[in-house]
Structure formats: C-alpha cells, structure tokens
Design a binder for this molecule. Structure first.
Ligand SMILES: *[C@@H]1O[C@H](CO)[C@@H](O)[C@H](O)[C@H]1NC(C)=O
Ligand SMILES: *[C@@H]1O[C@H](CO)[C@@H](O)[C@H](O)[C@H]1NC(C)=O
Ligand SMILES: *[C@@H]1O[C@H](CO)[C@@H](O)[C@H](O)[C@H]1NC(C)=O
Ligand SMILES: *[C@@H]1O[C@H](CO)[C@@H](O)[C@H](O)[C@H]1NC(C)=O
Ligand SMILES: *[C@@H]1O[C@H](CO)[C@@H](O)[C@H](O)[C@H]1NC(C)=O
Length: 303
C-alpha cells in the first residue's frame, strides 16, 4: 500500500513539474533571427541548434522574421504554435508572405494519430491555419483533426526552419540566362549560400541557387531571391575578377548594377559588365566582370 501511494505521488509530481524541451533547428542556408512570442532570441546560424525549456503548460509561437517577416508581431511569418495545457501543436502561415517552411516533430513516436510530424514546406501546404486558432477542443481519446495536432506526454518538440533545406522562392524571382543559351542559368556554385561563393554558369534546374530579383532598366542590387545575398563584384572591380555572392548591403557599390534594356548588367559607376568567361557555357564556368563592349554576346543576359 505504501509503495502504491508513493508511486502515485511520484507520478503526480512528475506530471505537475514536467518541463518540455524545445529543440530549435535552422536548416535555412543562412543565419536567421529567432523569435518566441514577439521576443528576439538572437541569431541562429545555418545548421545551428538552440534549446529552450518551458513548463508543460507553455503556449506560444516560435518563428523567424527571415524573408520579409515581422519579428515583433509574427506577421508575414510561418509560425510553429503550441497550446501547452493539452499538448496541442500546429503551424500558422501568413497567406501574404510565405517566409519559410517549418516542421514540428514531437519526441514521442506516432501512435493512433497522435504525435504526428507537422510539416509545411511551401505556400501550397494545406495542413496549416491561416490565422492563429482562438479555441481548442477538449482533450479526447481520439486525436484532433489536422491542422491541429496533439502529443500527450511528449517530453518535447523539435522545431525546424526550412526543413527542405531551402527557402521558398518569391514569385517575382527569375532565372538569368546568357543570350548564348536559354537552358543555362546564372548559378550559385553548389547552392552554398555563404559570403564569397562563386557565381557560375550551370544547367537551369529551378533551384533557389538560380532565382534572382533584378529590375530591367533599373539601377539595382541583383538579389538572390529568398536570401540576404547579392551578386557582388568585389572590392576592386576589374576585368577578369570572378563574381561571387555576398551579404547584401544597401547602396554598396560592388552590389549596385544597371540592367540595361540591351541586356548587359553593368556595375554602376564603372565600365565593367557581367561576362561569360571565355564565352563558355560549360557547367561550372565562373562568371567574371569584364570591360563592357557593345554587342559582346558574352555580356548579354535575358530573364
Ligand atoms: C487545462 O485543461 C483543463 C481540462 O483539460 C482545464 O480544466 C483547465 O482549466 C486548463 N487550464 C488552463 C490554464 O488552461
Ligand atoms: C509542397 O509541400 C508539400 C508537402 O508539404 C509537398 O507534397 C509538395 O510537393 C510541395 N510542392 C512543391 C511545389 O514543392
Ligand atoms: C542544380 O544545380 C546545382 C548547381 O548549383 C547543382 O549543385 C545541383 O545538384 C542541381 N540540382 C538538381 C536537382 O539538378
Ligand atoms: C558576411 O560578411 C559580412 C561582412 O561583409 C558579415 O557581417 C557577415 O557576418 C558575413 N556572413 C556570414 C554568414 O559569415
Ligand atoms: C551610381 O554611380 C554614381 C557615380 O558613379 C553615383 O553618383 C550614384 O549614386 C550611383 N547610383 C546608385 C544607385 O548607387
């Protein structure tokens, strides 16, 4: 009897005092700013992991302001939501701005419809709320229906940003092709979104490494869509200098280009143009800046 009672007490106290461990993982290919319930948690590196412990009745949202989301309010972000008292979890997406994919995986295994992994990788996913739910059903022996998920007794959750390892690509992003070949694209080598990665020519393959935001006829940065990286000519632009991406800085001369109506991409304030090195469209050929010359087919780019 004494054993039975102490067992009950132990079980009761462990339920009352249990904590949940949230493991937050950034698979977006650049550092992200992490927010929890409107409060900045600082930057989380690419492949970085941070752990948060909350009591098991904690409720709230975990999200990032990456890609034009608002950190303080959560507007324009895809949020991992938790309603602690009943171990509910769910994803809320902003229909106006799908800023990043998110997944939520409980530590407990799937059982009878409970504890399933909730993933939203792109703007067309359906297992999400379009605004935060205001009511939750009473807990039941039957699992709640999607988009609500529940995992009673889970000791924690793993929240992953960009579970597909890439950004959603904004609608206005384009491929940039040399006029020599519509099947070739301006490409970030290896899809490695880091300061200094070479920009090369490669078969077009619809990946985020080939989606740019550029304005025809405008003086503009050439932005790698969905990232904070820009086409960069380096500190000392000259003929033969290899092109790369670098973190965007507004107004930085090395990142300010004029995309002419004729199709050249000229570094503003210079006579240097984005140039297909040696005129070769072979995969892996690194692009360079080179003295602009009218009618040079190695310097003509289409979208
Ligand atoms: C927790 O849930 C129980 C029923 O499941 C409810 O009676 C109680 O009010 C809830 N507590 C909070 C703080 O929401
Ligand atoms: C969007 O994500 C869903 C799963 O969340 C996947 O089944 C679908 O193929 C994705 N669509 C695109 C266009 O990537
Ligand atoms: C797309 O091209 C990139 C070159 O940056 C290459 O690394 C990647 O393997 C290609 N992906 C597919 C699916 O072909
Ligand atoms: C990229 O370089 C800038 C300085 O130009 C630096 O502030 C930033 O932290 C670098 N980014 C990474 C991911 O190293
Ligand atoms: C382009 O370069 C000129 C000087 O060469 C400078 O005056 C102008 O501000 C630059 N434009 C932009 C948008 O940076």
């Amino acid at each position: 009897m004494a054993f039975y009672l102490s067992f009950i007490l132990l079980a009761f106290s462990s339920i009352a005092l249990a904590n949940l461990q949230f493991t937050i993982n950034n698979k977006c290919p650049q550092p992200i700013m992490l927010y929890i319930n409107g409060e900045s948690q600082g930057s989380l590196a690419f492949n970085g992991i941070v752990s948060k412990i909350y009591s098991n009745d904690w409720s709230g949202f975990i999200y990032t302001n990456l890609n034009a989301g608002s950190g303080n309010t959560g507007v324009g972000t895809t949020r991992a939501g938790f309603y602690g008292n009943a171990s509910y979890y769910y994803i809320v997406r902003d229909l106006n701005n799908f800023n990043t994919g998110v997944s939520i995986a409980p530590t407990s295994p799937i059982s009878n419809g409970f504890c399933d992994v909730d993933v939203c990788n792109n703007a067309t996913c359906t297992n999400v709320y379009n605004s935060p739910p205001t009511q939750f059903p009473a807990p039941s022996i039957v699992a709640p229906s999607v988009p609500l998920y529940q995992c009673p007794g889970s000791t924690g959750y793993t929240v992953t940003f960009c579970p597909a390892d890439m950004f959603p690509v904004p609608k206005d992003a384009v491929g940039l092709h040399p006029i020599r070949s519509a099947n070739k694209c301006l490409d970030v080598r290896g899809g490695i979104f880091q300061n200094g990665t070479a920009v090369q020519i490669y078969d077009c393959n619809e990946t985020a490494a080939q989606k740019w935001i550029i304005g025809r006829g405008a003086t503009t940065p050439v932005l790698l869509a969905g990232t904070g990286f820009c086409l960069d000519a380096g500190k000392t632009p000259a003929s033969g200098v290899g092109l790369k991406i670098w973190q965007c800085f507004a107004g930085l001369p090395a990142q300010t280009w004029i995309y002419t109506l004729a199709g050249s991409i000229v570094l503003n304030g210079t006579n240097q143009c984005v140039d297909l090195t040696d005129g070769l469209t072979d995969n892996g050929n690194r692009l360079q800046t080179y003295q602009c010359a009218d009618g040079n087919v190695n310097q003509a780019w289409t979208t």
